[in-house]
Design a protein around this ligand. Structure first.
Ligand SMILES: CC(C)(COP(=O)(O)OP(=O)(O)OC[C@H]1O[C@@H](n2cnc3c(N)ncnc32)[C@H](O)[C@@H]1OP(=O)(O)O)[C@@H](O)C(=O)NCCC(=O)NCCS
Length: 155
């Protein structure tokens, strides 16, 4: 698909799922109340979502999950391997997500940044992303999962 300095961006293959989840853990993106394997399987199996992979030869160096609701596109699990950062891979993954959304007619792209990960806002700012002035509210539909999340985030 797209290339930057020997890195190819294409859809993640199912056999790369374990490595992708390892990468998310290395990048601090997993949480005890979310099953990343289930998230990944849902995104790969969904009609309006996918996971993009950045690969250098056989090495998975980055990922981004992308999906849309018709209007808004969302990006999750943007991750670049710690040893492969500041080389344009994150930018290339975001551009590939944007193109994936454009190709499907979604006019907007947005994403959530966890409190405590403010450093990444500079990266997104370099790509033209701005604060949309919204607060995200949510809860798990399963009360047990909601209780786990509350306990985990209060730790
Ligand atoms: C955020 C992340 C994906 C960036 O990937 P990357 O490959 O290092 O980013 P790039 O090299 O493409 O950088 C693109 C631009 O952002 C800037 N940038 C990247 N990381 C930055 C940082 N930590 N602080 C400030 N600016 C940064 C770069 O200078 C670059 O600008 P330039 O091209 O004009 O020089 C990577 O740091 C990462 O995986 N972080 C941990 C996971 C994470 O927080 N994901 C986002 C969850 S919301």
């Amino acid at each position: 698909m797209r290339h930057t300095r020997g890195v190819e961006i294409r859809e993640l293959q199912p056999h790369e799922a374990d490595r992708a989840v390892e990468l998310w853990a290395e990048c601090g993106l997993t949480r005890p109340w979310n099953d990343p394997h289930a998230d990944l399987a849902r995104a790969l199996g969904g009609a309006n979502s996918t996971v993009l992979a950045a690969v250098r030869g056989e090495e998975l160096v980055g990922t981004a999950m992308v999906g849309h609701d018709g209007h808004r596109g969302w990006v999750y699990y943007l991750a670049v391997a710690p040893g492969r950062r500041r080389d344009g891979v994150g930018r290339c993954l975001m551009e590939a997500c944007e193109q994936w959304l454009r190709d499907r007619g979604a006019p907007k792209v947005q994403l959530m940044v966890r409190q405590g990960n403010a450093a990444v806002v500079e990266f997104y700012a370099a790509l033209g992303y701005t604060d949309q002035g919204t607060i995200t509210l949510g809860r798990f539909l399963d009360p047990e999962l909601e209780a786990r999340r509350r306990m985990g985030s209060e730790r």
